[in-house]
Design a protein. Sequence first.
Length: 237
Amino acid sequence: MAEKILIVEDEIALQETLAYNLKKQGYEVETVGEGPSALEIARTTHPDIILLDIMLPGMDGFEVCRILRQEMSTPVLMLTARDDEIDRVVGLEVGADDYLTKPFSMRELLARVKAMLRRVRMIREEMAGPAGLIPTPNQALIFDNLTIDLTRREVRRDDRPVAMKPKEFELLLFLAQHRGQVLTREFILERVWGWDFIGDSRTVDVHIRWLREKVEADPANPRRLITVRSAGYRFEG
């Protein structure tokens, strides 16, 4: 079956251009021009990836992304008209997986889409394949008061469930599986986000900050998720 892409863009010319080029690549494409309708379509069609403009009528892209993240783990590529760091950081904080600044080349957008969809396939294969993370009744990583349950995709701290966004869970699991190793931001981006990130690595820092607030007793003085100066991060287990 063709992978499904939802385009949320109110500029009709750009919407049509994106749809035309993505359909040429063999994807099934749906388009919408405003936020509330985008949410309804996403809930009913379950797209494999969402291209989401920030400036939308009715409800901006940040709010759409925030609501989506409470309901589903579909990758979101945000489209912003301004090369503004605040827009990028806010987009990442509400749950976007990547962003592109307008104007962008169609070649770059297609490369991002292909890489993000490849990551989706990798996760599904890992969870279903014989060599992947096959759920079993006892499949969990336990570190003192912290439990990462692969079967339920659930994290518990002091035996209490910790609310996790999908990407937070994947990042924590990846770090825990490489406990004791220093991992660079670039390596983390490649393995957890699954594409060659263009721009800075702020997204890793943002997600690490979120995780510390959820799994550390004192986020300002972390004992589990350690920053290694000029290198990256290390999980202490």
